[in-house]
Design a protein around this ligand. Structure first.
Ligand SMILES: NC(=O)C1=CN([C@@H]2O[C@H](COP(=O)(O)OP(=O)(O)OC[C@H]3O[C@@H](n4cnc5c(N)ncnc54)[C@H](OP(=O)(O)O)[C@@H]3O)[C@@H](O)[C@H]2O)C=CC1
Ligand SMILES: CC(=O)[C@@H](O)[C@H](O)COP(=O)(O)O
Ligand SMILES: [Mn+2]
Length: 393
C-alpha cells in the first residue's frame, strides 16, 4: 500500500472521528471528505478547519442546517445514507469508517466497491455482514485495516507471520467494564449513569454500554473471526481489568506476542493510517514502574449473558449475528432512555437472535433481519404485562 496522504472520515464528529482528525492533522494528511449523523455544529467547525471537498450528514434536515451555516465555504453538502456512501466512494487514499452501528454497513460496502482501502472502526459492519464485506474486499483488492484496539493489537502481533497455520489462538482482552464482579441482583439496579462510566476508555455512549454488558466483546469476537479468518474455538476472551495488554497472539510453538500500551485510541488509529510503518505520536509513553499488577481472569458468562448470546449467534451463523446486533442497538437506545433495565439488553438481544433463521447473508437479508430484530425489541419493551424481562432479574 502506498503511503496514505489523503483521508475521508465517516463518523467524524464522534469519539473515534475526532481523534482521527487529530491524528490526521499531526500527520499532515489532506482530508477529502467528512460524514456524520446530525451534529451539524461540530461538523461545521471541522469543515472550516479541514476544508474537505465534500461533507455529508444523515438526513435532509441536518443537511439544510449545515448548508445554511456553510454558505461562505466551497464544500459540497450531501444528505442521507447515499450522501454518506458518496463520501466513502469519493477520492481518497484511505476511508476511515467510524460511524456507530449498523448505519456503517452501507458506507463500508460503498468504499470497498469503489476500491478504497478501509480503516475500520465500525465493528458492526463485520458483525452483521462479515461474509459479504470480506468477500467484496477480496474481489476488489481492498485492504481492511483494523482500528478497534484489540484487532489492531492482533494485527500488530501478526506482522511477519507467514500464515494462519502458524497461529494457535488469539487472546482478546476485555476490561470487564464498570460492573465486573457484580451479581445479577446488583446489575438489575444499575442505570445509564453508572453504565456510562467505563473504567479505562472514553468512548461514545453505545460502545460504552456494550462494554458494560460484555456484548462489545462478543461483537469483537465476531469481528476477529472475519478479520483474521479464524474459527471461534481459536479465539479466547480474557478479562484484563487494566486495559494495558490490548490483545495477544499465541503461535504454533506456543510463543505469545502481545501488544501493550496506554489505553489511547490514537495509537491504533495512527497505525491503520501509517501501516506498515510506525511514526512518532503525541500519545504518552507507558510508565512501566507505575503499572502495578496486570491481571487476567475468565469472563463470567452466567452473569454477563450477552457474551454467551454472541457465541451462540456465531455458532448459528448466517443472519443471526445481524439480528443480535440490531436488537442490541435498539435495546441499548431504550436503556439509555431508561425504558428498560440493564439486564434486559442482553436478554432482548438473545431472544431476538434466537428467533432469526440463519438464512443466506445478502445485503437485503441483513437489512430485513436487522429491522425484524429492532421491531421485536420495541414491541417487547412496550408490553406492560410483564411477559418480557423488563428490569429482568
Ligand atoms: N470510541 C472508541 O474508543 C472505539 C469505538 N469503536 C467503534 O467505532 C465506532 C464509532 O464509535 P464512537 O466513535 O465511540 O461513537 P460515537 O457515538 O462517539 O460517534 C459516532 C459517529 O457516527 C456518526 N453517525 C451516527 N449515525 C450516523 C449515520 N446514520 N450516518 C453517518 N454518521 C452517523 C455520529 O454522528 P453525529 O454525532 O454527528 O450524530 C458520530 O460522528 C463504533 O462502531 C464503535 O464500536 C471501536 C473501538 C474503540
Ligand atoms: C477501545 C476499544 O477498542 C474498545 O472496544 C474497548 O476495548 C472497550 O473495552 P472493553 O474491553 O471493556 O469492551
Ligand atoms: Mn475494542
Amino acid at each position: 500500500m502506498m503511503a496514505v496522504q489523503s483521508l475521508a472520515i465517516l463518523g467524524s464528529t464522534g469519539s473515534i472521528g475526532t481523534q482521527a482528525l487529530d491524528v490526521a492533522e499531526k500527520l499532515g494528511l489532506r482530508i477529502t471528505g467528512l460524514a456524520a449523523g446530525r451534529n451539524v455544529e461540530e461538523l461545521e467547525r471541522q469543515v472550516r478547519r479541514f476544508c474537505p471537498a465534500v461533507a455529508a450528514v444523515s438526513d435532509e434536515e441536518a443537511a439544510g442546517r449545515l448548508r445554511a451555516r456553510l454558505r461562505d465555504v466551497p464544500v459540497e453538502i450531501l444528505a442521507g445514507e447515499e450522501g454518506v456512501c458518496a463520501v466513502a466512494r469519493g477520492e481518497s487514499d484511505l476511508v476511515l469508517n467510524a460511524v456507530v452501528g449498523m448505519a456503517g454497513l452501507a458506507p463500508t460496502l460503498a468504499a470497498i466497491r469503489a476500491g478504497r482501502n478501509l480503516a475500520l472502526a465500525n465493528k458492526e459492519s463485520l458483525v452483521v455482514g462479515g461474509e459479504l464485506v470480506m468477500r467484496l474486499a477480496e474481489e476488489n483488492g481492498v485492504r481492511i485495516l483494523p482500528v478497534d484496539s484489540e484487532h489492531s493489537a492482533v494485527f500488530q502481533c501478526l506482522q511477519g507471520c507467514a500464515g494462519r497455520g502458524e497461529v494457535e489462538r488469539l487472546i482478546l482482552t476485555a476490561s470487564g467494564g464498570p460492573f465486573f464482579g457484580c451479581s445479577r441482583a446488583e446489575l438489575a439496579q444499575v442505570g445509564p449513569e453508572q453504565a456510562l462510566h467505563h473504567p479505562n476508555w472514553k468512548m461514545g455512549a453505545k460502545i460504552t454500554i456494550d462494554s458494560a454488558t460484555l456484548i462489545n466483546k462478543g461483537l469483537e469476537l465476531i469481528e476477529a473471526i472475519w478479520l483474521f479468518g479464524l474459527p471461534p474455538e481459536k479465539i479466547e476472551v480474557v478479562v484484563h481489568r487494566q486495559s494495558i495488554v490490548h490483545s495477544a497472539v499465541e503461535f504454533a510453538d506456543h510463543a505469545v506476542l502481545a501488544q501493550l500500551g496506554v489505553p489511547d485510541m490514537r495509537v491504533p488509529i495512527q497505525y491503520a493510517v501509517t501501516w506498515p510503518h510506525r511514526v512518532p505520536s503525541p500519545v504518552r509513553q507507558m510508565d512501566w514502574f507505575s503499572l502495578g499488577a496486570l491481571t487476567f481472569e475468565r469472563p463470567d458468562e452466567d452473569t454477563f449473558t450477552g457474551l454467551r448470546a454472541c457465541k451462540k449467534a456465531i455458532r448459528r451463523g448466517g443472519l443471526v449475528p445481524a439480528a443480535l446486533n440490531g436488537a442490541n442497538e435498539e435495546a441499548v437506545a431504550l436503556f439509555l432512555e431508561k425504558e428498560i433495565g440493564f439486564l434486559d439488553i442482553a436478554a432482548l438481544a438473545e431472544a431476538a437472535s434466537d428467533r432469526q433463521e440463519p438464512g443466506e447473508v445478502t445485503y437485503e437479508g441483513i437489512r430485513k433481519a436487522d429491522a425484524a430484530a429492532r421491531a421485536f425489541v420495541r414491541a417487547q419493551a412496550r408490553k406492560a404485562d410483564g411477559s418480557v424481562p423488563r428490569r429482568a432479574l
